[in-house]
Design a protein around this ligand. Structure first.
Ligand code: ADP
Length: 190
């Protein structure tokens, strides 16, 4: 069983590399961004709350986000085979909650793959995605807010996981296949 966090700034390629990981290793994929966008598309109460944060580039409050993740794990027992967590955790509190959620299921986190990409490249990728994504947060103003939130609230996780010996830096610039080759080396060695 392999539980993997794919970690990195908005636009670092978490979704792209997750797709390749699913194909290769058949793990269960949870993208918290996708879960929230599904709720927005459904027009649910949760979706309305989520949209009010996402469109401003803010994080959904920890307690709510943790409850959502717990719910997804419970509704998908197939996640017991191992999960790629994409977009979670984004705060230290979420990281601590993830440890508890996995422990409750007699499991634990194996590795954090940190996709490291220069900021200029991130902005260019997100603006490019914004041309077709239809996402309310892929515009220049919100992109800058998301990157600020990432720096202040999410980057401390790198240190947190380095202390636990779980963080592996992945150079996230260049060809998608070359980046995946680096990831594969790490995952195969787990
Ligand atoms: P990206 O990483 O490219 O910004 P995501 O799809 O992962 O895209 O997330 C989009 C938005 O969804 C975030 O900016 C945030 O508002 C919300 N979100 C996703 N995951 C979380 C989380 N773990 N905690 C709080 N908010 C989240």
């Amino acid at each position: 069983m392999k539980n993997i966090v794919i970690f990195g700034a908005p636009g670092s390629g978490k979704g792209t590399q997750s797709d390749l990981l699913i194909k290769k290793y058949g793990l269960y994929h949870i993208s918290t961004g996708d879960v929230l966008r599904e709720q927005i598309a459904l027009g649910s109460e949760l979706g309305k709350i989520a949209e009010s944060y996402i469109s401003h580039g803010k994080l959904i409050p920890d307690d709510l986000m943790i409850e959502i993740l717990d719910d997804v794990l419970s509704k998908h027992p197939e996640s017991g085979i191992g999960v790629i967590f994409d977009g979670f955790p984004r705060t230290i509190k979420q990281a601590e909650a993830l440890d508890e959620l996995l422990a409750k299921r007699n499991s634990q986190l194996n590795v954090v793959l940190g996709l490291e990409v220069e900021e200029e490249e991130l902005v260019a990728r997100l603006l490019n995605r914004g041309k077709t994504s239809g996402r309310s947060d892929d515009n220049l103003e919100t992109i800058h807010k998301r990157l600020d939130v990432y720096k202040s609230q999410t980057t401390p996780l790198k240190e947190h996981y380095m202390e636990q010996g779980k963080y592996v830096a992945i150079h996230g610039m260049g060809a998608v296949e070359d980046i995946f080759a680096c990831i594969q080396e790490v995952v195969d060695a787990l």
